[in-house]
Design a protein around this ligand. Structure first.
Ligand code: IMP
Length: 427
């Protein structure tokens, strides 16, 4: 297995960062393919916490190529400050490659997003306000600025004029081309050594049968096409995005893995059928430290949603699942798991057609016995208490997908392989 895509199977924050870090031990390269610094991937090593926004989560493993693909939108200020802060902590980011075709988030993108969110009022998306959406708008409208443009004054000047003028026609922005031009040319000079044709590099790695991890950001239900539109991010967070966002053909992909929490969280607005509105939700939020790694916002918490899982399995073609944070549910006497929705008087197994109707879906729950707080002292799955085994089996049945790994703490080595072939991915 050499090319593996890892995506979020829920609404993001599933713990992809720590999974990528664990799998990166055996990998040669880790590639980000979509999103931008809206992502916040957390990895804990010996109690020390690292949060990655743009740099792939393989950066903590020496000698791994860290590639930012063409599908990512890059804020150069954030990228440079992330490189610098890792350097200050003794992590040298020397194998970093930034796609020349990756689009650049400009300072006015962030401002536009702030204004738009204010204008939406109670219909706001609840974005991370990193300028990601407007940067993708410029990309699709074919007036975007790409990383390679930061290396050429004339090109940057003309593209900047076109993009800024367009936005100034609708918004009072107060940015001047001259000031941005100088600042962004300087970023270009500092980033030049990283800017390359990443699709070529990945192609060579594939040819040499190297192990490549494609690191998804956000989650399947936040995908701009397949998520709870319009309460989504502006990129393809599902597995197909790994191909378009890096220039690798689908025939080169060997395996697609999904990461899901043992419960569900969502940050920002939008439908969330299994959301818990009582003290159990608050308990999960507190125990799971469910606060955004990028914005610090409290995440909404809910029971495991089997409908969302089936959907994620389908739209990503998931081969296997990695379940995280099962320990957080320890100590609850009863645990609920959603197997279907009740929608307009009918029990349905899949999401309704119109995403705005997803709000009307009521979860159909099965109740299961809980387990004790200290249930995870056992090191082998066979030794786990019966209720945990039942919970895992039920998730596998509902999703029609095997659980390959279980993570029961944030520490890098606490990843339990549940099957022999999955153990081989780590050893
Ligand atoms: P944007 O990606 O900043 O445009 O935000 C769009 C939606 O995606 C909002 O609901 C955000 O809270 C959500 N979102 C964006 N990035 C993440 C993430 O990394 N984890 C969880 N939610 C995210």
């Amino acid at each position: 297995m050499s090319s593996i895509i890892v995506v979020g199977a829920q609404w993001g924050d599933e713990g992809k960062g720590r999974i990528i870090d664990a799998l990166a031990k055996k990998a040669d390269a880790v590639v980000r393919f979509q999103g931008g610094s809206n992502a916040g991937h957390t990895v804990v090593v010996n109690g020390e916490k690292f949060v990655f926004h743009l740099i792939p989560s393989g950066a903590l493993r020496r000698g791994k190529k860290c590639i930012i693909g063409n599908g990512v939108v890059v804020d150069p200020r954030e990228l440079l400050s992330e490189i610098e802060s890792l350097n200050l902590r003794g992590i040298r980011v020397d194998s970093l490659y930034l796609s020349s075709n990756a689009h650049v988030i400009m300072p006015y993108h962030q401002k536009i997003e702030e204004i738009e969110e204010e204008q939406r009022g109670k219909n706001r998306i609840g974005t991370t306000r990193k300028g990601v959406g407007p940067a993708y708008v410029d990309k699709a409208a074919r007036r975007g600025i790409r990383a390679v443009d930061l290396l050429d004054k004339e090109i940057l000047n003309s593209k900047l004029r076109m993009s800024l003028q367009f936005w100034k026609n609708s918004f009072e922005l107060g940015f001047s081309v001259e000031a941005i031009l100088e600042e962004y040319l300087e970023y270009g000079r500092r980033l030049e050594k990283f800017i390359v044709d990443t699709s070529l590099i990945i192609h060579e790695l594939v040819k040499e049968d190297k192990v490549i991890l494609f690191e998804g950001a956000q989650g399947s239900l936040l995908d701009v096409d397949h998520g709870t539109y319009p309460f989504v991010t502006s990129s393809n967070a599902t597995a197909g995005g790994a191909c378009t966002g890096t220039g690798v053909g689908p025939t080169q992909i060997d395996q697609v893995l999904g990461v899901a929490k043992a419960y569900t969280t969502r940050v920002g607005e939008g439908p969330f059928p299994t959301e818990i509105h009582n003290e159990v939700g608050e308990l999960i939020q507190k125990r799971g430290q469910e606060y955004g790694a990028t914005t610090g916002r409290a995440r909404r918490c809910g029971w495991f949603d089997g409908v969302a899982l089936r959907y994620a399995v389908r739209v990503n073609g998931l081969d296997g699942l990695i379940l995280t944070k099962l320990d957080i549910l320890g100590g609850l006497s009863r645990i609920k798991i959603c197997t279907a929705y009740r929608y307009r008087g009918k029990v349905i197994q899949d999401f309704p057609l119109e995403a705005s109707h997803w709000q009307e879906c009521e979860p159909v729950y099965e109740e299961m016995e809980g387990w004790d707080d200290d249930a995870f002292e056992a090191k082998r799955i066979e030794d786990f208490p019966r209720p945990i085994q039942k919970y895992l089996n039920r998730i596998e049945e509902i999703g029609g997908v095997p659980i390959l790994f279980l993570s029961v703490s944030a520490e890098r080595d606490n990843l339990l392989a549940l099957r022999q072939d999955s153990a081989a991915l780590l050893a």
